[in-house]
Design a protein around this ligand. Structure first.
Ligand code: NAD
Ligand code: ZN
Ligand code: ZN
Length: 341
């Protein structure tokens, strides 16, 4: 079968590899569509923490079950599915609490022992496989995974008021966090981005204010909107210098700042504003199973995410898919790779 392999930084080759053999508790999925994610871009550029070239891209997937292991009980051949792409060690305190996202020994696609999803076939244990409803397209099914990231970021909030939230950065993750906030009942959602296209999309998805930090005084506009009080929560979904300080400057006293962006280099932070205003800070790492279930449910109920898919390319052109995201010469939110149309 064909698979898209990053052979060296920024270079992808389509290689012929063996179809994975399934274990007794696994299903084999004929891959239909996969999504390109920020972490694929890190692998592509050679900057990912643990996925290093050569490696197969991808962890976002939708496809059809074509084989089931003898111990599989929930799925049959022909089922349309997506996958929560991590396998916990099964033994640590976090696995015991269903917090696979925090398991240090977890396995993810594209690491030795499990292939990436940019392949014609993909294997997964049935307990991390989820059905996609018959009337939902495969490409929308592929968005369950990044939506789960947004849902988890919102679920991590402990401030009870759902009045005003700011989301800094309106790329795929910021926009899907906006969707999650909207679905969770936040009344006023304020988004920022440096790209007019992304700001338009945020407004279309329900943002009451969409601010561009290059042109707007974000702090002043948010203070004005909230009568000087500040937002209850700010979620950081972009990696930019000074963005944590911007978040703490717009949050109300005893509010919260959540970081979903992977800011891998150390940046200076004004800790005093956290102390002075008693602001709490949290991180949000991928998702818990309950978040993935919620995302899957929302998508199966018909949540319209179609606007977020801005480009589609065939598997053979995976290089182009990554180049689009890397170079950002065109308006882009989610690039879908069509493995089997
Ligand atoms: N925590 C997790 O589990 C998790 C999962 C997936 C992605 N991520 C991370 O989340 C972040 C966002 O991912 P993405 O896929 O949406 O990336 P993206 O590149 O699509 O989005 C980032 C957006 O931020 C905007 N931006 C740049 N500078 C800005 C600024 N100063 N203020 C506001 N916006 C600005 C960009 O224009 C872009 O639209 C990345 O750091 C990614 O690694 C985290
Ligand atoms: Zn992803
Ligand atoms: Zn574990």
């Amino acid at each position: 079968m064909k698979a898209a392999v990053v052979v060296e930084p920024t270079k992808i080759e389509i290689q012929d590899i063996e179809v994975p053999k399934i274990k007794a508790n696994e299903v084999l999925i004929k891959v239909k569509t996969v999504g390109v994610c920020g972490s694929d871009l890190h692998l592509f550029k050679g900057t990912h923490a643990f996925r290093k070239p050569p490696a197969i891209l991808g962890h976002e997937i939708a496809g059809e079950v074509v084989e089931v292991g003898p111990d599989v009980t929930k799925f049959r051949i022909g089922d349309r599915v997506t996958v929560e792409p991590h396998i916990g060690c099964g033994e640590c305190e976090f696995c015991e609490k269903d917090l696979l996202n925090l398991c240090t020994g977890k396995k993810a696609p594209g690491v030795p022992g499990w292939i990436g999803t940019f392949s014609e076939y993909f294997n997964a244990p049935e307990d991390i496989v989820y059905k996609i409803a018959d009337d939902i397209s495969y490409e929308i099914g592929t968005l369950v995974e990044p939506l789960a990231v947004g849902i988890h970021a919102i679920e991590r909030i402990t401030v009870p008021e759902k009045d005003t939230i700011a989301i800094l950065g309106s790329g795929t993750i910021g926009l899907l966090t906006l969707v999650a906030a909207r679905e969770a009942g936040y009344k006023n959602i304020i988004c920022t981005d440096t790209q007019p296209f992304n700001l338009e999309m945020a407004k279309k998805q329900g943002a009451i204010l969409a601010l561009n930090p290059i042109e707007d005084d974000v702090e002043a506009k948010i203070k004005e909107f909230t009568n000087g009080r500040g937002v209850d929560v700010a979620i950081v979904a972009a990696d930019a210098p000074g963005i944590i300080d911007q978040a703490s400057s717009i949050v109300r006293k005893r509010g919260e700042v959540g970081i979903v962006a992977m800011i891998t280099k150390q940046i200076p932070v004004d800790t005093y504003s956290f102390v002075f205003n008693e602001i709490s800070l949290f991180g949000a790492m991928t998702y818990e199973t309950k978040d993935f279930e919620k995302a899957n449910q929302l998508v199966n109920e018909g949540l319209d995410l179609s606007d977020f898919i801005t480009q589609r390319v065939p598997l053979e052109e995976s290089q182009k898919a990554l180049d689009i995201l890397n170079e950002k010469k065109e308006n882009v939110v989610k690039v879908i790779v069509e493995v089997d149309k």
